[in-house]
Every structure is written in structure tokens, then in C-alpha cells.
Design a protein around this ligand. Structure first.
Ligand SMILES: CC(C)(COP(=O)(O)OP(=O)(O)OC[C@H]1O[C@@H](n2cnc3c(N)ncnc32)[C@H](O)[C@@H]1OP(=O)(O)O)[C@@H](O)C(=O)NCCC(=O)NCCS
Length: 155
């Protein structure tokens, strides 16, 4: 099995119906955080160049996982508030999803490893993450990613 990891500029992806369809297929449910973020960024991209990237994992021609990195403010909810403009200046919002059939094979790890080296968007600053599952927690812990409060104080 060959896993291919690619990074994609959101300004290209958001205008490509086929890619967006594949991203949306790989989400928890239709009003999930990733779907809301795609809605938000699609709207913003009509008026400006958005500061966001996607990292996609493919096996053959099939997309099996992806993550979103965004520096754009949004309604993304952390337990203590939204991903505000102030927060977006300090942290890169990161959300990730891997197809249930392909979990536990290292794909999530590979996606985040790539995300970590995308300095053009992260600027070497930390990620803002919101783990909501045991696996998500384990993945972020394994990769030493910390959760941040909206005021930027490390938990
Ligand atoms: C979280 C998620 C992205 C992990 O993807 P993955 O491809 O299965 O991750 P990996 O195979 O790279 O596993 C990474 C680590 O997570 C842990 N892990 C993975 N699945 C786990 C599970 N079901 N239970 C507990 N820990 C688990 C392991 O520690 C693993 O490291 P190891 O293999 O060195 O032991 C995937 O489970 C997913 O898409 N979940 C739904 C969406 C979600 O919760 N996203 C996170 C918040 S945005």
C-alpha cells in the first residue's frame, strides 16, 4: 500500500467541486466542525485570498483522510469560545479526519507530520486543536500537540 500525502492551497481547493466533495465525504456529519469550516472559507474566498491549506492522504486515487489548517477567524467552537481573529493571529486551527476503514494505520500521524512543516501557514507558531475523541486525544498527545485556551495560555 502506498500512501500519498499532498498539501493543497485552500484557494485552489475551495473552487474545485470534486475535491470539496471528497473532503465533505470525509467528515463526521454534515454540520460538523470541518463542514462548517469549509462553508466559512468558501464564503471568505469569494472576497479575498484565504490563509488556509489542506493536507490530503490518498491510497491510489482514493482520498482516505485530510486535515485543514486555517489562520482565518471563524465560528469554530472551543469549549471556551470561538476561534477569533485574535486567536487566528497566534495559532493555526487544525482539524483532521481519517476514513473509519483506514484508521490505526498511521495516516493521521502522517497528515499531522506534514502539517507541522508547512511553515508558510503555521509560521512556526502552535496549533489550536480541539480533540473530541479518545483517538484524537491520543494522536495529538503522541505528536506533542497542546490544546490552547482562547487567550493563548497553554492548558
Ligand atoms: C483521530 C484520527 C484522525 C486518528 O487517525 P489515525 O489515522 O487512526 O491515526 P494514527 O493511525 O496515526 O494513530 C495515531 C495514534 O493515535 C492513537 N490511536 C489511534 N486510534 C486510536 C483509538 N481508536 N483509540 C485510542 N488511541 C488511538 C494511537 O496512540 C496512535 O499511535 P500509535 O499507532 O503509535 O500507537 C481518526 O481517529 C479520526 O478521524 N477520528 C474522527 C475525527 C476526530 O476525532 N478528529 C480529531 C479532532 S479534529
Amino acid at each position: 500500500m502506498i500512501l500519498k500525502i499532498t498539501s493543497i492551497d485552500a484557494n485552489k481547493a475551495l473552487f474545485n467541486e470534486n475535491i470539496i466533495k471528497q473532503f465533505r465525504k470525509l467528515t463526521l456529519y454534515s454540520s460538523s466542525g470541518l463542514n462548517k469550516e469549509l462553508d466559512n472559507l468558501t464564503c471568505l474566498a469569494q472576497t479575498k485570498k484565504v490563509n488556509a491549506k489542506m493536507v490530503a492522504a490518498h491510497i491510489g486515487n482514493t482520498m482516505v483522510g485530510w486535515c485543514l489548517l486555517s489562520r482565518e477567524p471563524s465560528h469554530f467552537s472551543f469549549y471556551n469560545g470561538n476561534y477569533s481573529k485574535k486567536l487566528a493571529e497566534k495559532y493555526t486551527l487544525l482539524e483532521i479526519f481519517v476514513s473509519s476503514k483506514h484508521r490505526g494505520m498511521g495516516i493521521g500521524t502522517a497528515l499531522i507530520k506534514r502539517a507541522k512543516v508547512l511553515f508558510s501557514i503555521t509560521k512556526g507558531q502552535p496549533f489550536a486543536i480541539a480533540p473530541h475523541s479518545k483517538a484524537g486525544n491520543a494522536l495529538f498527545n503522541k505528536l506533542a500537540m497542546k490544546n490552547y485556551k482562547l487567550d493563548g495560555i497553554e492548558l
